[in-house]
Design a protein around this ligand. Structure first.
Ligand SMILES: [Fe+2]
Length: 773
């Protein structure tokens, strides 16, 4: 939008024009001083949390649009608003920017406010730049203008620090002269200016507004700075409108053969940022058939999860159908903007193998995981599976808000949005199954105890049974991850009214059972590990059979009952897959550090042993391949119950961005094995895991000890990547790939995969009809 001059803008424009005119005289002018754009619309937005698709607020829960300003809710330090659609890319060309700032109430520990430039991650990529901790500050600190290392006092300090800051560049070869000036926000009087010459390269990256350059880390509930009228001009700054993130953030969908009169049922969830009371809350779903867009659904957004879920029965699954979700953003000044997000509902892969991308665990040091995200787009899977840890508690910085529910939900949502920001281009075109795990509900581990509230909250959130977070927040986690899944098998909530999400999806002649494998699991405090930590067994000589007490749950009765029915139900499909969070065996001997020996980890699906064996006994006849994640250590193994290799195979996929490392090095710690596979890879064969469970380990994707700094090299080193499973319903085979992080999976390089992959399993191998050796 070219600046429209209204009364309010006159002052700011006068200030800008002064600089522009000065520049023009020196022959380095902007060609047209009116090419200064206002880059935000806060003056016309309704009051709300979400600051608009052109921006990323750090952190989202600490900002509100209020009365035309974007207002920081806290005086804690380093709260920022990044432009996501505009980056400073050509510092050899001039730029100018201007913003009006003030504080609504006095700030006790005034740490200043204004611009930050040159915010740049190791990638200098706009999304990752939003979380970089560097940059050049140019703003007001107490009663001085501060520009990098230079400062200059103002002649006077206006009421409420209400000033217009203007920053202008004057490129001079490899350097750039910057001039920062302040004008009184009410009468336009100049209050001072400061200059500094900086290396041009230091300006590359994101541009942002910052409340409290200095401030406490702890969130304090008194308001910080507020901003409006952010204007930008000059060719140093590149505008990419297609980088906008919202109001429609992304969509996820599933398509499943209900095997009822409803035929194939499409479920699709659209997400928006948290809107205000005055905003429109209706989302429309349209499909394109015979060249025409037709509306097939209109749904109201859920006001906690900001999701709109469509359910369309009797879907024609035989053809690929373009869709778009439409949202009309209304303005308090009148008028509206229409946003749409589009993709394709793929045809049911009925006549060819189904290709599934299987992913897990995204630690944000590797955000936005572009090598993996782009490979998934490139491989055009028929279906995508995220098995949990779509976020970690530390995602995006600024800490966790655990309660009360309302800010905890906002704190969760902005972390979850980083997941969609990374993977939305693949999810738009393929059915996606997405299940939450422990970190998604802000716990290092979870033993759900049927929805019980965690007790002894002062003892940490990761070594006890139950849910730490308010049930309202947990239910938002479930809605944002799973609301687009096929209808759940049994919707009865568990304790605290926490929702459940187990069920199945029948697609491409394959039935996928979807579990929450820790939702009913017993907590570790029900047993005694003797290690000082309830969930870890460190002593090699500890007798882990004592941990298998009667009555302990793994999947819980309701999911076991579901699996019994599912294992026998072959309507509409000929092959099965079990999707759950983690592997039913302890396939890791070292945790955390290279020498961090751990005999047994109660967080794995290896415990409790009797419940683990019962789960496998139930699914054996289904001949399902179990696909899971969580471990940050890819593994391929076959479960044994009565004897070795009598049951299903498990593929624990590599982490998208592996954080906490694990290794499987049983030979080094003296665990004996039988029947090493023909490939002869060390640490493979038939073992008893730390709990005494029978497990045939065929391959693992152990990491190197991380030494590299750049995020993608580091992620690669740490054993990150993704799984890919091709399910051939004619040949009755599963072909499994475990790709490393930084590879091109289509170039045929054998080193693209972890040692031992790819392999092809026959369906009946999942009930112990073994072929592979
Ligand atoms: Fe994880």
């Amino acid at each position: 939008m070219i600046l429209q001059i209204t009364r309010r803008f006159t002052i700011i424009f006068t200030a800008l024009a002064a600089f522009l005119g000065l520049d023009r005289k020196r022959g380095k002018a902007f060609q047209n001083p009116t090419e200064v754009e206002r880059i935000e619309h806060w003056y016309r937005n309704h009051d709300r949390v979400w600051v608009g698709g052109e921006f990323w607020s750090n952190p989202m829960e600490d900002w509100r649009i209020h009365d035309g300003w974007v207002q920081c809710q806290t005086t804690a330090g380093n709260r920022s608003i990044h432009s996501v659609t505009r980056q400073l890319t050509n510092p050899n060309l001039p730029f100018v920017m201007s913003v009006e700032l003030s504080h609504a109430a006095p700030i006790e520990n005034d740490g200043g406010a204004g611009f930050r430039l040159g915010v740049q991650s190791d990638l200098n990529e706009y999304r990752s730049n939003c979380f970089a901790k560097n940059g050049l500050d140019a703003g007001l600190v107490k009663s001085s203008l501060v520009l990098g290392q230079t400062s200059s006092p103002l002649s006077a300090m206006p009421t409420k620090a209400h000033v217009v800051l203007t920053l202008q560049s004057d490129p001079q070869g490899p350097k750039c002269a910057l001039t920062l000036s302040a004008h009184n926000g009410v009468n336009g009087k100049q209050l001072g200016s400061v200059k500094q010459i900086v290396p041009s390269q230091a300006l590359l990256g994101n541009i942002a507004l910052v409340s409290q350059y200095q401030g406490a880390q702890r969130r304090v509930p008194s308001p910080g700075y507020r901003f409006r009228n952010w204007m930008i001009g000059g060719n140093a700054i590149t505008h990419h409108p297609n980088q906008r993130f919202g109001p429609l953030l992304w969509t996820m969908y599933s398509l499943s053969d209900s095997r009822t009169r409803e035929g194939f049922v499409l479920k699709l969830t659209a997400l928006t940022g948290p809107l205000g009371k005055g905003d429109n809350h209706d989302v429309e779903l349209q499909i394109k058939r015979d060249g025409e867009w037709n509306t097939i659904g209109n749904v109201k957004l859920d006001h906690e999860s900001w999701t709109a879920t469509f359910r369309i029965p009797n879907w024609d699954e035989t053809i690929a159908t373009p869709y778009r979700v439409v949202y009309e953003q209304s303005f308090k000044t009148g008028g509206s903007d229409v946003d749409s997000w589009r993709g394709t509902i793929r045809a049911n892969p009925a006549d060819r193998p189904l290709r599934l991308a299987a992913l897990t665990c995204q630690n944000d040091y590797a955000f936005p995981y572009a090598p993996v995200a782009q490979n998934i787009v490139k491989m055009k899977p028929d279906m995508i599976y995220f098995s949990g840890d779509q976020l970690y508690e530390g995602h995006g910085g600024f800490g966790i808000i655990r309660d009360p529910a309302e800010p905890a939900i906002l704190n969760y949502l902005r972390k979850f949005y980083q997941f969609g920001w990374s993977f939305r281009d693949s999810m738009r075109n393929a059915p996606t199954i997405c299940i939450p795990d422990d970190h998604d509900v802000f716990q290092g581990n979870i033993w759900g105890e049927g929805g019980a509230a965690m007790k002894d909250l002062d003892k940490g959130a990761s070594s006890k049974g139950g849910y730490r977070e308010p049930a309202r927040m947990v239910n938002v986690v479930h809605k944002t991850n799973c609301s687009h899944h096929p209808d759940f098998y049994d919707t009865q909530p568990v304790e605290q009214d926490i929702s459940v999400y187990f069920g199945d999806m029948v697609y491409g002649g394959v039935s996928f059972a979807i579990l929450g494998d820790r939702q009913w699991k017993s907590g570790p405090e029900r047993v005694e590990t003797g290690s000082g930590r309830a969930d870890h067994v460190r002593d090699k000589n500890f007798d882990t059979t004592v941990l298998d007490k009667p009555g302990l749950a793994l999947l819980g009765e309701r999911q076991e009952d579901f699996l019994r029915v599912w294992s026998k139900d072959w309507r509409g499909h000929t092959m099965k897959v079990l999707l759950s969070q983690t592997v039913f065996a302890g396939v890791a001997t070292h945790h955390g550090g290279f020498n961090g020996y751990l005999k047994a980890d109660l967080d794995s699906g290896a415990w409790p042993q009797t419940a683990r064996n019962r789960a496998i006994d139930i699914i054996r006849e289904s001949m399902a391949l179990h696909i899971n994640g969580d471990q940050h250590l890819a593994s391929l193994c076959q479960y044994g119950v009565t004897k070795q290799r009598d049951s299903n195979w498990s593929f624990c996929t590599p982490a998208i961005g592996a954080g906490y490392p694990r290794w499987w090095r049983p030979d080094e710690v003296g665990m004996s094995h039988q029947n090493r596979p023909q490939h002869g890879i060390p640490h493979t064969g038939e073992y008893l895991d730390g709990f005494g469970n029978k497990v045939y380990v065929y391959a693992t994707g152990d990491p190197a000890v991380a030494t590299k700094g750049p995020r993608y090299e580091r992620a690669h080193q740490k054993g990150s990547g993704f799984g890919f499973v091709t399910i051939d319903t004619r040949k009755k085979t599963y072909t499994l790939d475990a790709f490393r992080f930084n590879v091109d999976p289509t170039d045929g390089n054998p080193n693209n995969q972890f040692p031992g992959w790819p392999i092809t399993l026959e369906q009946a191998e999942n009930r112990g009809n073994n072929r592979l050796g």
